[in-house]
Design a protein around this ligand. Structure first.
Ligand code: C2E
Ligand code: MG
Ligand code: MG
Ligand code: MG
Length: 282
């Protein structure tokens, strides 16, 4: 008997491929119009320092309200935007929007913390990125010390070229952090040469922290490494009290995750009747 939709059937496999290709083609076409149609939005996820739950930053995370598909996650469309070059326009838009928003919060007296913006590989290698960012900082009036750019190890194929890009960015007075840390292949000596202020421990380690001694050992090493290099360290994707406890015991002080708050649209971040920002989100 041949089961329809069975996982081993050739037809199932090829149908799945067609669907994936179709998805890509559609997303690409729709994404071209998304910016001008105002379908993109930036959400913000708060970052805290313990033990006092002090708000220390906001990570800007792109959201796309697709007219038909509903919410499409950046994990799905950022790689496509990257492949097609659309990420250049989108990335510039996110940077400007995040800087504008941070400045607005500062001026409204709501909070004065830095905003973190994810860079894409293509943006990182854009020759005039530093000039573009300087321009955005001038236009929005945001003090450079309140902008942090998140980069990943996977962007740095050529070590010395990457270090030069980072040094140019640092000259603007902004901060740099290393996102998804632990999933790449940076050597300790390489890492010590990077002008990075903060390591972000990848969620994949945090996720398995309560079940696996291996993950605990890795995380302990990352934290010790960060401090010995004079960097801060933040854990991403904290969802449970247990994860928070283990990381705190290992002397990690900074946290970002659903346990504290999901990423939220700006209008939901500072409700007038509750400024605590904890345990909220949709
Ligand atoms: P990332 O920079 O590592 O961002 C963290 C991701 O983890 C976000 O997913 C965030 O919503 C999610 N997250 C945070 N806390 C938790 C938690 O406790 N549990 C779980 N399960 N997830 C948590 P999101 O927003 O879907 O973004 C995914 C990735 O897409 C980002 O990973 C980043 O690499 C990329 N991305 C997002 N916005 C932008 C952007 O503006 N530009 C670029 N180039 N990439 C972006
Ligand atoms: Mg990030
Ligand atoms: Mg990350
Ligand atoms: Mg990531």
């Amino acid at each position: 008997e041949v089961k329809r939709g069975g996982k081993n059937g050739y037809r199932f496999y090829s149908a799945e491929l067609d669907e994936e290709l179709l998805f890509k083609i559609e997303i690409e076409a729709d994404l071209r119009k998304a910016v001008e149609r105002g379908e993109l939005e930036v959400y913000y996820q708060p970052q805290y320092r313990m033990p006092n739950r002090e708000l220390i930053g906001m990570e800007a995370l792109l959201r796309w309200h697709h007219p038909v598909r509903g919410m499409v996650s950046p994990g799905q469309f950022v790689p496509i935007a990257e492949e097609t070059g659309l990420i250049m326009d989108i990335g510039r838009w996110v940077l400007k929007e995040a800087c504008r928003q941070a400045k607005a919060w500062h001026e409204a007296g709501l909070t004065k913390v830095p905003v973190s913006v994810n860079l894409s590989t293509q943006q990182f290698h854009q020759p005039d990125l530093d000039i573009e960012i300087e321009q955005i900082l001038i236009e929005t009036g945001l003090d450079p010390k309140y902008l942090e750019l998140e980069i990943t190890e996977s962007m740095m194929m050529d070590a010395s070229a990457s270090i030069e890009i980072m040094n140019r960015l640092k000259r603007l007075g902004i901060r740099l952090s290393l996102d998804d840390f632990g999933t790449g292949y940076s050597s300790l000596s390489y890492l010590s040469r990077l002008p990075i202020s903060r390591l972000k421990i990848d969620r994949s380690f945090v996720m398995r922290l309560e079940e696996s001694g291996t993950e605990q050992a890795i995380v302990t090493t990352i934290i010790a490494m960060a401090y010995s290099l004079g960097m801060d360290v933040i854990a991403e994707g904290i969802e449970t009290e247990g994860q928070l406890r283990i990381l705190t015991e290992e002397r990690c002080l900074e946290f970002q995750g659903y346990y504290f708050s999901r990423p939220l649209p700006p209008g939901d971040l500072f409700p007038t009747d509750d400024w605590s920002l904890t345990k909220r989100g949709a």
